[in-house]
Design a protein around this ligand. Structure first.
Ligand code: CU
Length: 151
């Protein structure tokens, strides 16, 4: 009788350990991105877009208010490279899901970070899915900053 109880207890432990292992393995599986990078929820575009121009004296307009799902096109009309990125320099983690460490990964296009210098006359755009007030800066000219308010 005593022996049967041991077998049941050991069996329960084996099931718990195996179950836990499979559970964590299945949680990790859906990402299929770079190691340590989880995928971000899809952003629904609302079909609207506005343009923020980067000039030699900074972003114009410096502050804009948009509806959730609006695409903001950052247009470089300065005489140097631009690199729009969410606050705070240098980590770029204020906008949800963003992090400069995600640049170069499969979710690079889903973060509020150009992740690279954008040349003169070129554009970089981002669709804002998160409601809130998001400060950003130019990663190459940190004094040039702005704010996108998403309603
Ligand atoms: Cu920066």
């Amino acid at each position: 009788m005593q022996k049967n109880i041991y077998i049941i207890v050991i069996g329960a432990i084996v099931v718990a350990v195996l179950g836990g292992f499979l559970f964590f393995k299945s949680v990790d599986a859906p990402g299929e991105t770079a190691p340590g990078v989880s995928s971000l929820p899809p952003v629904e575009e609302n079909g609207e877009s506005i343009t923020v121009t980067y000039t030699d004296s900074g972003y114009v307009p410096k502050e804009v208010t948009i509806l959730q799902g609006t695409k903001v096109i950052f247009k470089n009309e300065s005489s140097r490279f631009m690199w729009p990125a969410t606050a705070i320099h240098p980590t770029h983690t204020i906008y949800p899901g963003s992090d400069i460490l995600k640049c170069g990964t499969s979710i690079e296009t889903q973060i509020f970070d150009a992740c690279q210098p954008i040349g003169e006359g070129e554009n970089w755009s981002f669709v804002f899915g998160e409601v809130g007030s998001w400060r950003y800066h130019d990663h190459l000219q940190v004094v040039h900053s702005g704010k996108i308010t998403v309603e």
